[in-house]
Write a protein that binds this ligand. Sequence first.
Ligand code: PEP
Length: 255
Amino acid sequence: MTVMRKPVVAGNWKMYKCGDEAAMLAEAVARGASPLSPSVDTVICPPFPALVRVAGVLRSGSVALGAQNMHWENEGAYTGEVAPPMLVDAGCRYVILGHSERRTCFHETDQIVNRKTHAAMAAGLVPIVCVGETLEERETGKTRKVIETQVAGSLKGIGTDLSGIIVAYEPVWAIGTGLTATPEQAQEVHAFIRICLEKIDNRAAAQKTRILYGGSVKPANAGDLFRQPDIDGGLIGGAALDAETFLAVVKAAVV
Ligand code: PEP
């Protein structure tokens, strides 16, 4: 049985764009993505200070708002952190969790990502849970082991809620480097992630879960990646900072 999964293209703006620049970029993306919205879910994830302003621009609903991180508690003495209900209040529907930059620069473990994933779902946010191996891990044949550990650890206890999450496969060596996994390399890992998801929930749920590819996706390579049977769209960094480029990637996800 073939399961139809609506593609998702999410733009991770990282620590770029604020104020008028953020509003203008969001407006241009919303305008271009509107006719594509029946075929592809488009999400943009600006930095925290731009969320409320961008939410105002996205009122028409053709593009959804996401955040790039959050704390797992709903409130408390956690200076500098942002709670899940605060993201909901700002207009977010999605949140990126466990991005490799968070794992590397801020020491986020699978256990932390797991707490955040549960908290996001409890708040009604769709978590985009990132996993991916380093170059050294790939070159030493550890890709599957690393992915399996990250998927199982980050999604522990999610059980039958699996279809409410999105997984992003982002090989660390391909993020912001200009190096992209070949469509075959990416497909192989995506198919493997689906098997890992089956073990967490069941085959039907794993078939419904959307798995995105991220790592130097651009208009020139997006089509070949998105045509792979287990690749359901992309998590886009650098190419999400320009409306025309990002929209070309979004168009490439239309089946
Ligand atoms: C990312 O930051 O999630 C990402 C995939 O970045 P880039 O597209 O720039 O490689």
